[in-house]
Write a protein that binds this ligand. Structure first.
Ligand code: PGA
Length: 251
């Protein structure tokens, strides 16, 4: 059966030293109190190698927040999936709405990134979600469906089973506005139904679908209590060990 997961997304925060310090704090806290879910932290590229040496990855998985859509070569400033893997990291966040909005990553680019990540043995944490106008126009179902179809539905069932999905309504990210537990369950169930139509119920039941967007210790429990919400992708509240541990304790 699918895993419950709490994944942190540090975004562009923390110097190397601060990041290693936070990773140490989490390692100590989770060693003292074992989590009832998989814990992952998504750090900036430059932190990956040190953080991988700092944590026991059985306890805390390490993720990059992006990777290149090319294998190697003349792409100044880019980091390939193979390079990410060589740091010791096992996961990569792909398709985050900030990458889609600010760096123009569309579903076609993301499809290539997913393929390269899988080819290099990284588990993609693939983000989908609608913007406010789409939600208000009641288009959120078709938006997430096309994001999944265009970037992921070319995968074989065996490869699809390696994906972690994160539903993140853009209007809830960093805004303090959270989807209600009912809104989250409604669209997570829709996402799982979409997966079942393509890959069958057994595959759909194995995929972890995380919720992201202003998730914090005070609302994590009621969000995660929904049958189709298998954990969270946490931005702001993953930057302090106490807050992140409070969310992990929701399981
Ligand atoms: P937030 O970010 O928890 O700060 O809203 C979530 C995310 O962007 O992954």
């Amino acid at each position: 059966m699918r895993q419950n997961i709490v994944a942190g997304n540090w975004k562009m925060n923390k110097t190397l030293q601060e990041g290693v310090e936070l990773a140490k704090e989490l390692q100590n806290a989770l060693q003292a109190k074992a989590p009832n879910c998989r814990v992952i932290i998504g750090t900036p590229f430059i932190h990956l190698s040190e953080v991988c040496k700092t944590v026991d990855q059985e306890l805390i998985g390490v993720a990059a927040q992006n990777c290149a859509d090319h294998e190697s070569g003349a792409y100044t400033g880019e980091v390939s999936p193979e390079m990410v893997k060589s740091t010791g990291a096992s996961y990569v966040i792909l398709g985050h709405s900030e990458r889609r909005a600010y760096y123009h990553e569309d579903n076609a680019i993301l499809k290539t990134k997913v393929d390269l990540a899988l080819k290099n043995g990284l588990t993609p944490i693939f983000c989908i979600g609608e913007v406010l106008e789409e939600r208000e126009a009641n288009k959120h179902f078709e938006v997430v469906k096309s994001q999944i179809e265009e970037a992921l539905f070319h995968l074989s069932a065996d490869d699809f089973k390696k994906i972690i999905l994160a539903y993140e309504p853009v209007w809830a990210i960093g805004t303090g506005k959270t989807a209600s537990p009912d809104q989250a369950q409604e669209i997570h169930a829709f996402i799982r139904k979409t997966l079942a139509e393509k890959y069958g119920q057994n595959v759909a039941d194995e995929i972890s679908i995380l919720y992201g967007g202003s998730c914090k210790p005070s609302n994590a429990k009621e969000l995660f209590a929904n049958p189709d919400v298998d954990g969270g992708l946490i931005g702001g509240a993953s930057l302090k060990a106490d807050d992140f541990m409070g969310i992990i304790a929701a399981f």
